[in-house]
Design a protein. Structure first.
Length: 149
């Protein structure tokens, strides 16, 4: 089975105007053909679909498709003293103390005295190998900006 590629929003809108009923029909035909893999509606959309309906539907779909195409940025959530984090081996550790606060080599100490970097090598146990993950490393947390969680 061949792998389908989804054309970008810009490819769907290229050379057409959503202010013109024919442009709206062409946009919808492209959505059906390129995004929904349905060519059997092309003739109906371009020849028979009412212009005001095509305009209304295109005006509704276009911003949704454009927003869906935009990549979602994620950011690392900073470690905090008192919070509990999961290690690569699945254990939970609670950070109790900060060392070298504000430096690139800042670390946080857990209840057992193990320090992990918090600003570089996010969550890696201090002094361990970069190439062979230590099971005591903690999993970093990520957040999508604007989402509460």
């Amino acid at each position: 089975m061949s792998q389908l590629t989804t054309p970008s929003y810009d490819a769907l809108i290229d050379g057409i105007s959503l202010k013109d009923p024919d442009g709206c029909r062409e946009f919808l035909a492209r959505v059906f053909k390129q995004r929904l893999q349905r060519q059997d509606f092309t003739r109906y959309i371009t020849d028979d679909l009412a212009g005001d309906f095509a305009g209304t539907l295109a005006a509704y779909l276009a911003p949704m498709i454009k927003a869906a195409d935009e990549p979602m940025g994620v950011v690392l959530v900073p470690f905090q003293v008192g919070n509990t984090y999961q290690t690569l081996e699945g254990k939970l550790v609670r950070f109790v103390k900060v060392h070298n606060e504000g430096n690139s080599y800042e670390s946080m100490e857990d209840e057992s005295g193990v320090n992990r970097y918090t600003r570089r090598d996010f969550g890696r146990v201090c002094g361990t190998d970069h190439n062979n993950p230590d099971p005591r490393n903690v999993l970093p947390l990520y957040q999508v900006p604007g989402c509460k969680g």
